[in-house]
Ligand binder design. Structure first.
Ligand SMILES: [Zn+2]
Length: 108
């Protein structure tokens, strides 16, 4: 399910600042642009008592996809620190910095 545009833009700015650019792609070797999927995925933990049973817990990830070969990278939102962006509004100072990143303003 696509995210609201303002949430997606905040996530894109956040990921760009934290991860930077992935190049070259480790699979196809091309200097392709990785795209942030507009949505999140949940990895479901398997039940440890049964090989293929689905457990009750999951981990939410952002998805970066190579624009040339489709190589897919998952970023855990908790480790990345992006859960607050998914869950609610950011404070005014952070919003100002994110707006600068979204608009490409690097003047600080
Ligand atoms: Zn690739």
């Amino acid at each position: 399910m696509p995210l609201p545009l303002d949430v997606y833009n905040r996530l894109l700015a956040f990921v760009t600042e934290k991860v930077g650019r992935i190049r070259p792609c480790p699979v196809c070797g091309q200097d392709a642009n990785f795209q942030l999927l507009n949505g999140v995925v949940n990895l479901i933990f398997a039940d440890s008592t049964a090989s293929f049973a689905i457990g009750p817990n999951y981990a939410t990830h952002l998805v970066l996809i190579c624009g040339k070969c489709g190589n897919t990278n998952l970023l855990n939102v908790n480790i990345l620190g992006a859960m607050d962006i998914l869950n609610g509004p950011v404070d005014a100072v952070v919003q100002t910095e994110l707006d600068k990143l979204i608009q490409g303003d690097t003047s600080g």
